[in-house]
Write a protein that binds this ligand. Structure first.
Ligand code: PLP
Length: 389
């Protein structure tokens, strides 16, 4: 068979490969602690499950409108009005199977040979993969420890060329947990004013997961860029609903019709039960979100302190998301080798920083989405491993 040239440029998300290897080692009888995973270890709120079961019992088995049933788009608009104090019309909202399709659609809309797309590096690996797949040139925005794992507006703006079509930002960010501060956001928005032809994709999937009282700053709250901003958010992380495959995006008037056309060509619609469950998540009590963030916080604080006590490792406090991103350069081992050694030799699954791009060399991503007793054990194993080599 002759595959299209494009297929060779498509990357992947290493977390899924590590997950598969961790599972196969577990099946061989090995005791594996999986801190590679990017999904909350809690359950969705009870009202979500009840609403989805009710939807199925009520006979919601068919296709729904491609952008999502109207009640869910209304519920998302109310949610954004409440959480961000921003008015959004339900007509500009697209409900998708998870957040990922929004990344794919936005890049497909703007990416082609000759175009350039800026994306965070280290960052969610799907950005770079899909940019390459589209034929566009991926231009990394360095997300560096010395900048608290966020972007510097001046540095970002200096990467723009006449070929730039789309800028992808992610705050709070995966893998390092940095968040853009208001002054850098303001500077970015002011600087981009000179280039009204460039679209912006703001991936805010971790918008509700912050520590130490830090407030989320959404690019949706800047009216100057609303006509070219695509906002990505969803239920996967906030409501521990990764397997329900449901997310939402807000598109400007000029782009929403194209986004719906991409959805019709790709997945038709999200299943109705997930949509009714997702409405219940937004409208019901938010205690499970608060409890989840509190337990991530406890684990994060433990991990940062314990990792900083290991010779060869230093670890910054993440501001948001649910990962820590320790600097392992002092160990003298590169990221990929350490990922492999920890998994194969001491049974701890983590993700090499390089899985998130070249600026991730010298780091490991460790997830807080595992009970504290597992995290304690994992840190002991990492310490023992590093003290022996
Ligand atoms: N964006 C970022 C930054 C992520 O970390 C993830 C998932 O890990 C996604 C988007 C995709 O989320 P979903 O599972 O809803 O497709």
């Amino acid at each position: 068979m002759k595959l299209s040239e494009k297929m060779s440029s498509l990357g992947t998300e290493t977390a899924f490969e590590v997950l598969a290897r961790a599972e196969s080692l577990t099946n061989e009888g090995r005791d594996i602690i999986n801190l590679g995973i990017g999904q909350p270890d809690s359950a969705p709120p009870a009202q979500v499950v009840d609403a989805a079961i009710k939807a199925l019992r009520d006979g919601h088995h068919g296709y729904t409108p491609a952008p999502g049933i109207y009640p869910i788009r209304e519920a998302v608009a109310e949610y954004l009005a409440h959480t961000l104090r921003v008015e959004v019309s339900p007509e500009n909202i697209l409900v998708t199977p998870g957040g990922k399709p929004t990344i794919f659609f936005a890049i497909m809309m703007f990416g082609e040979l000759g175009a350039e797309i800026l994306y965070p590096n280290p960052g969610f690996p799907i950005y770079e993969s899909v940019i390459r797949f589209s034929g566009a040139k991926p231009v990394p925005i360095p997300i560096l420890e010395r900048n608290n794992f966020s972007f510097k507006a001046d540095e970002l703006l200096s990467l723009i060329t006449p070929a730039t079509r789309l800028i992808i930002l992610n705050s709070p960010g995966n893998p390092a947990g940095g968040a853009a501060c208001k002054s850098e956001m303001d500077k970015f928005v002011a600087g981009i004013d000179a280039r009204p032809d460039i679209a912006i994709l703001s991936d805010e999937i971790y918008s509700r997961i912050y520590y130490g009282g830090t407030e989320h700053i959404s690019l949706l709250s800047y009216p100057q860029i609303r006509n070219r901003l695509i906002l990505l958010d969803g239920w996967s992380k906030t409501y521990a609903m990764t397997g329900w495959r449901i997310g939402f995006s807000v598109w400007p008037n000029e782009l929403i019709e194209g986004a719906i056309r991409l959805a019709i060509n790709c997945h038709s619609c999200v299943n109705a039960a997930s949509q009714w469950g997702a409405i219940a998540a937004l409208k019901g009590p938010q205690t499970s979100v608060l409890n989840m963030v509190a337990s991530f916080d406890e684990r994060r604080r433990f991990l940062v302190e314990a990792l900083n006590a290991i010779p060869g490792i230093t670890c910054k406090d993440p501001v948001g998301a649910f990962y820590v991103f320790p600097n392992i350069t002092g160990s003298g081992i590169n990221s990929f080798t350490l990922q492999q050694e920890l998994l194969e030799k001491v049974g701890v699954a983590t993700i090499a920083g390089t899985s998130f791009g070249k600026f991730g060399e010298g780091y490991l991503r460790i997830s807080c989405a595992s009970p504290l007793q597992n995290i304690r054990l994992a840190v002991d194993r990492i310490k023992d491993y590093l003290s022996c080599c």
